[in-house]
Structure formats: structure tokens, C-alpha cells
Design a protein around this ligand. Sequence first.
Ligand code: GTP
Ligand code: MG
Length: 380
Amino acid sequence: MKIGIIGRTNVGKSTLFKALTLEEVAVEDRPFTTIDPNRGVGYVNFDCPEKEFHTKCNPHNAPCVDGTRYIPLELIDVAGLIEGAGEGRGLGSKFLSEAMEADALIEVIDISGKTDGAGMKTEDYDPGRDISMVKEELKVWLKSIILRYRPKSGEDIVNNIYKGLTGLKMNRDTVKMGIKELDIKELNDATAEKLAEYMIEKDKPVIVACNKMDTTPDLDKKLADLRSRFKYTFVPCSAAAELTLKEAEKHGYIKYNEKSDFTVIKAGDSEQKKALDIIKRITQKFSGTGIAELVKEAVFMVKKYKVVFTVEDEKKLTDGNGRVLPDAYLVAPEHTPRDVAGLVHSDFVEKYKGAIDCRTGLKIKNDEPVKNGQVIKIIV
Ligand SMILES: Nc1nc2c(ncn2[C@@H]2O[C@H](COP(=O)(O)OP(=O)(O)OP(=O)(O)O)[C@@H](O)[C@H]2O)c(=O)[nH]1
Ligand SMILES: [Mg+2]
């Protein structure tokens, strides 16, 4: 699964990316710090089935900490948008095609209202303006692709548009349904715009990360206001707090479990101690940094993806190297064990003979989508 991180400039997109991947990327308090996209691997947490199976896992692709598995997913962080990006303002919007390779989009906003639409310092800026702006820019960007692939006489409208969407994880059926439901007979400026809006809503769900909650005194009021104006999912968070905790953990100062709190295991200098005291106050006030919830919400609630564990030996729950419950994958809701086979090994799709549910020991029907948390043996 791939998640694209988008939003207005200077809101904390790269901070979020860095907190999730621990990649060394540029974070600065100025507009347009990111120019080329950052790509990396982040994780979403999920309960490890080891306890239920009375065993101890020995992970290969998805690390386990105190019974919580960290399931890998791909992340892309792109340059920031500003109003008029579609007409080339700021860094333009051509780079959106990178983020649009994703299955879902996390749109970061600065809920504190302390930076304006151009990423400069201000007070009381309405982040709702950014949400409308990003929606508009996505629409303008997709509309231009649709118009570029407008069919010539005799060409099939659906096929043509779909050709233009190669690599963008959009469904052919969505194009087809959009044209039917919107009763589009010919593609012009107005109909292409309607179709673009329809397709983004269907195929590129947006979840809003309300970042910088740590500097937002009237957070609840601001959240309620945004929720009344837009039908997106809003998750309050602090990417900077999450990044501080992840880095402190990486350097051995604290033990941090995203699900709970952190404990200091090695004293740092007075500056580090001060920083951690501030973070402690934030995480206690808001019950965490909100980042783990944000990713979970995007993966499981908005996209309805599932986690599936694969093993080679359905009794011992091991792979060929004897590792217990070694691998876990994120799969789309419609995916069957054959699709999972393709994630394990590209060869396995061809060689696939069936799959066994390790809880029941029974064969899974070929067209049956996998269940969340299912442990399966793929027969090849
Ligand atoms: N208070 C606070 N500041 C944050 C938070 N997250 C990010 N910042 C700060 O916001 C500024 C911008 O962060 P970036 O991650 O570079 O923002 P960006 O959206 O990637 O910016 P561009 O790439 O320039 O579009 C930096 O000074 C960060 O330290 C947060 O949760 N709280
Ligand atoms: Mg950035």
C-alpha cells in the first residue's frame, strides 16, 4: 500500500514523512523546502497474533515490539502546493502525479493557523482555505489530464481517459461509472471538471492530518468547525512531537511505544530533558501524538485495507527458515489469497494452487477476499 502526503507548503509534510520513515529529509520553517519527492517505508501498527496462537513470533518483514506488529507501507512526500499551482504558481502542480501513484492521500494542514496560504508567518489563518485550495488544485490537475486524453472521433472515451491515468491507481470502472452517472456525452471544460471531481472522490480518498496541534490553544473548536464544513476524516496530531520521540528512541534515550507513552531509559543533556518534558506534556494532554492514529485511520478506516500474515507451515506457523509468523502484508479489501500470493513472490500468482486458513485448517475459497488478521498458508 502506498500513501501520498500532500498539502499546502510549510505545514509539516516532510516532518510527518520523517517521523514515519526516519529518513534524513529536509525540514525547515520556510515555504518550498521540498522540491523533489521523498520516498520511504513507514509502518502501521497491528496486534500480533502470537499470543492467540500461544507462540513467539520471529518477524521477517514486519517488526514486533511488545505484541504490536509494525506493518510496512510505502510513503511519498511531495512539494507543497499554493493557490494557483495549476497555473504554475509556486512549484506548480505537475509533481502531483507522484503523489497520485498512491492508494490514499494524507493531506497535512497547519491547524494552529500560524502560517498563511503562502507558508509565511501569520495569526488566525483559516486552514479550511487550504483544504478547499488543495481540493481545487487536485481537480484542476486531473482535469488537464482528462482533456489531454480527450478522444478523437471514433475513439472510445473510457479507454482513452484510462490510458492517460496509467500508474495513477485509478479504476477503469470509476471512469466508466462517472461518465454514466454524470451523463457525459462529450468532454469539454465543464464535463472534464465534473468527471475529475467525481474520480478523485471515488479513487483518492483524503484524510486530513491536523498538524501542529501542540501550538493550537482552541483545538477542539477548530476541529469542530472544520468537521462541520468538510466531509473528510480529521485527525489532530503533532508530527514534530512524534519525530522528537522517534529520534530519542533511535538514540537510546527513551523506550517509545506508539500505543502508549514513553519511558526515559538514558538521561540526556538538559536541553534534551527540557524537550522531552515539553513532549510529555503534549502527549499527556492529547493522549499521544496522533500520528499512529492518523496512519491507522487512513489504512483501516478510510481505505479498509486488511493485514494478512503468510506462513509456509500451517501447523508451526513458520516460513522455510523456521521463522514464526514471519511476514505480514497490507491488502486491499477485495484482495483474495491469490493476490496475496503475488505480494509474497511474483512467481506465486502463476503457481498458485490454493490457500489454507491456519486458524481453521480449512481451504479458503478462490474468490473469497482475505479477512483482517487472517493467517494463511499459500499452496504453490
Ligand atoms: N509546532 C509544530 N511545528 C511543526 C510540526 N510539524 C512540523 N513543524 C514545523 O513546521 C515547519 C515546516 O515543516 P516541514 O516538514 O518542512 O513542512 P513541509 O510541509 O514539508 O514544507 P514544504 O516542503 O516547504 O512545503 C518546520 O519548522 C517544522 O519544524 C508540529 O507538529 N508542531
Ligand atoms: Mg517538505
